[in-house]
Design a protein around this ligand. Structure first.
Ligand code: C5P
Length: 401
């Protein structure tokens, strides 16, 4: 369950052709567990009907302050208070101008003026209108006031022109909304995360690997990006989509991961090594497919470099290093040894023997170990919640330093 679950999203739809795309946004927000309360300007109703949003959100769509019965007059105040996040998508040049100058002449703008929730604005309009100096100045005013502006996409617009002004796709809008809900406490920090398994080739068709799916590392990368960090995700082969706002570097083997990580490490404030790196690789990789014979096959394995241990030796001043340890026995003793040997600041230890922990699950059960000897045992929790907690602890270490 993502961070939108249980949140109240007030979604304002204003009058542009992209208004129809707000229907998909409403649906996806609701699927993510949010309550969506839709407000429309009169002109938006020319493009899509209030009933569409009523059906998708399960709530009455509110259109105007003055043309309905009296109860709506106070509705804008209650919605302004109920909002965890306030979204205008699509936002026309007109509503952006009104927002920038405090004009409140309909349901959308009166509610906007009254809310204390974070505000997300997704402009969508003709390129000329978007590029107009007054629109850009208005957006700048809103940015300076702390509004979250989701830049429009470029492409062919409904009016036939090409350029900036398209409403971005739903995943981009959802990311912008989640970002507005998250604290920006990692802004200005560079975070490198490794994730997934490595594959060590025997020949062109076979490899040695492990059961890692990458879920834990991807969750950490996604949450760090939402919290404002500049995130690099060095990932072995996985079936997962690259999280929004994350730069992914795809690697296959431990040696490739070593190169990708070690070359980028000096610039990082935090490095989280969640990847399940293969400790050994076939000493020889056959250039042609190995033929089967009648007897046994003996494979000689060579030791892979230990990336984390190398990072530990070359740690920059102020840099924080977080390793992972998965064990099947003597979890905490082994983990404490690893923390020391690899010069980590924090180590996340989990046992493959625990139900709800380890490879492929959406939950994890871990103990955090710190360089000063502290240990923190955590209950079972979703991997994205644990991702936030790991980042919280690293941030606390950074603030202590
Ligand atoms: O010693 P062990 O492999 O159990 O340590 C696990 C930790 O070390 C993980 O954080 C993993 O990403 C990292 N590691 C590494 N390079 C290796 C093996 C493990 O960075 N070759």
């Amino acid at each position: 369950m993502g961070r939108l679950a249980g949140k109240t999203v007030v979604l304002c739809v204003t009058g542009g052709i992209a208004a129809y795309k707000a229907a998909d946004l409403t649906s996806k927000l609701r699927q993510a567990g949010a309550q969506v309360r839709v407000l429309m300007t009169q002109s938006a109703t020319q493009f899509i009907t209030p009933m569409t949003f009523e059906t998708l959100s399960g709530y009455r769509t509110v259109v105007d302050t003055f043309d309905r019965d009296f109860a709506w007059e106070v509705e804008h105040i209650s919605l302004a208070k109920a909002a965890d996040v306030f979204v205008i998508a699509p936002a026309t040049a007109n509503v952006i101008a009104k927002a920038a100058h405090g004009i409140a002449d309909d349901m959308v703008t009166t509610t906007l003026l009254a809310t204390k929730a974070p505000v997300v604005i997704a402009p969508a309009m003709n390129t000329g209108m978007y590029d107009a100096p007054v629109t850009q100045q208005n957006l700048q005013t809103l940015r300076a006031r702390g509004f979250h502006i989701i830049d429009p996409a470029a492409g062919r617009l409904a009016c036939g022109d090409s350029g900036r002004g398209k409403l971005p796709d739903t995943p981009t809008l959802l990311h912008g909304i989640e970002q507005a809900l998250a604290p920006a406490d990692l802004a200005g920090l560079r975070v490198l995360v490794t994730a997934g398994p490595t594959q060590e080739a025997m020949d062109p068709v076979r490899f040695l690997s492990n059961h890692s799916t990458g879920k834990m590392g991807y969750a950490i990368a996604a949450r760090a990006a939402l919290r404002g960090a500049e995130v690099t995700l060095v990932s072995g082969p996985t079936a997962l989509d690259t999280p929004h706002g994350v730069q992914r570097v795809a690697v296959t083997s431990a040696c490739e991961m070593y190169d990708a990580v070690v070359s980028r490490a000096p610039a990082q404030h935090m490095i989280v090594k969640a990847a399940a790196v293969g400790d050994y690789r076939p000493a020889q990789t056959a250039t042609e497919k190995l033929k089967k014979g009648d007897g046994e096959l003996t494979l000689t394995l060579a030791r892979n470099p230990d990336i984390l241990a190398t990072l530990g030796q070359r740690k920059q001043p102020g840099q924080l290093l977080c390793g992972f340890a998965m064990e099947t026995q003597d979890l905490l003793d082994n983990a404490a040894g690893k923390l020391r040997r690899k010069n980590c600041d924090m180590l996340v230890a989990n046992s493959l023997r625990d139900e709800g922990a380890g490879f492929g699950t959406d939950t994890n059960i871990v103990t955090l170990l710190f360089a000063d000897g502290r240990q923190e045992g955590l209950p079972i929790m979703p991997k994205d919640e644990l991702a936030d907690l790991i980042l919280d602890r690293l941030l606390a270490l950074r603030r202590q330093a």
